[in-house]
Design a protein around this ligand. Structure first.
Ligand SMILES: [Zn+2]
Length: 412
């Protein structure tokens, strides 16, 4: 039997509002806390959790940016000649995305979403690496770099395999006591709520399923490790979308040309603009000021949110809609979905949640990037205790310590 296993279980979109009146994990992880999220989608939240840094530092924020010089999509321009009835279909887009991902050697999640082919060569995709693998961020280190540096044997999910398959693989790693740290990722609740909303009875059923799975996981872990430190957490919540906003129609009505006067990416809750002349800057600003469903985020606020980029890499102007409003059509989807996230972190349904079986949580753990410090602290402890027991293989503590200057601080 090994001394300790830290188990970090990431349930995408399991927000505070979803569970605050539900007995979720009452027995397995009774201590719970509301956490502030990060402005952006999982493309921003996951790297922030894994690195302990805001998007302004790790530079993984939204997926698509205006960058014609570095666009890898030039070879797809001919697709603009195909009928839109075909190229806007989800099935077509999904198959093509799989092909493009292979061709371009993208390592993480990739989807062409609803980017029109006539403009696709204007854009670059910012998540070419897989954040769940070492060296997976655009800038800086993650927990997986940390674990590799220390030579800790760990488990991490491969999301494309599916939730139950990832659970099964983790159980197979626990049984022979092969690992000293585990990071399990379950995206199913997120996908479910996008489709059915945050108040469907299916949400509660899904929570009960997760409880059963976690029960099995903890029971198995306790058979092989004297102490199991369980942390279950999310990256954001989920808000129902009751109002649709066709922002593109308003911008398209201006006497301006996309690609010549300006460029834009319509995310589901944000529109990000780049301007090529003052007329475009003025007209688009004025147009956005007249849209009551959202607002232009000022520089000071973006800085406070950790999402201000001095080189305007993700856009010179960020328009964010109010909670419950969905930009449709957008470059993320042609048709409405029932619920979405990616609103301002102070909105009610943006808050994430953290659960643990530990008797206390440091007070400083209040936002999702703080989970990184919990992970490094627990990894350090497991490393020390499992090694003392003489079971951990890999680099020695002494060797690892010499590399430590390169790594973020591990203390909570
Ligand atoms: Zn989502």
């Amino acid at each position: 039997m090994k001394a300790k296993l830290p188990l970090f279980v990431f349930i995408d979109a399991c927000g505070w509002e979803i569970i605050k009146n539900d007995p979720f994990l009452q027995d397995l992880a009774p201590l719970r806390r509301r956490l502030t999220s990060v402005l952006g989608y999982s493309s921003a939240c996951v790297p922030s959790i894994l690195s302990g840094r805001p998007p302004a530092e790790h530079r993984n924020w939204s997926y698509f940016v205006y960058d014609p010089k570095n666009s890898p999509f030039k070879s797809l321009r001919w697709l603009r000649w195909l009928p839109e009835s075909l190229t806007s279909r989800r099935r077509f887009r999904r198959l093509l995305s799989r092909f493009v991902k292979r061709q371009m050697n993208f390592r993480g999640y990739f989807d062409l979403y609803n980017i029109p082919f006539r403009h696709i060569s204007l854009f670059d995709f910012t998540e070419k690496k897989n954040p769940l693998q070492p060296r997976g961020l655009n800038r800086g280190h993650t927990i997986f770099d940390y674990l590799e540096t220390y030579g800790l044997a760990y488990h991490v999910s491969a999301p494309e395999r599916g939730e139950e398959a990832n659970l099964a693989t983790l159980l197979q790693d626990i049984q022979p006591e092969r690992i000293d740290f585990a990071f399990l990722y379950w995206p199913g609740l997120d996908g479910l709520m996008h489709a059915v909303g945050n108040d469907s009875p299916r949400v509660e059923l899904k929570l009960r399923t997760y409880e059963q799975w976690l029960g099995r996981l903890v029971a198995m872990a306790k058979r092989h490790y004297q102490e199991v430190a369980l942390y279950v957490f999310s990256d954001h919540g989920m808000a129902n979308c009751d109002e649709l906003l066709d922002l593109r129609a308003r911008i398209d009505a201006l006497p301006l040309r996309m690609g010549l006067d300006y460029a834009v990416v319509y995310d589901s809750t944000m529109a990000r603009f780049w301007f090529f002349n003052d007329a475009a800057r003025g007209q688009i600003r004025n147009c956005l000021y007249a849209v009551p469903q959202g607002r232009v985020l000022p520089e000071a606020e973006l800085k406070a949110l950790g999402t201000w980029f001095s080189d305007s890499y993700f856009g010179e102007l960020i328009f964010l809609v109010n909670e419950g409003v969905l930009i449709v059509p957008s470059n993320m989807g042609e048709r409405p979905i029932r619920a979405m996230h990616g609103y301002h972190p102070v909105e009610k349904h943006s808050f994430a949640a953290l659960f643990t079986n530990q008797s206390e949580l440091p007070e400083a753990i209040e936002a999702i990037p703080d989970i990184f410090r919990l992970m490094t602290r627990e990894a350090d402890d497991a490393f020390r205790r499992n090694q003392t027991a003489g079971r951990t293989s890999g680099v020695s503590r002494q060797a690892a310590m010499t590399d430590r200057t390169a790594m973020p601080t591990a203390n909570v």
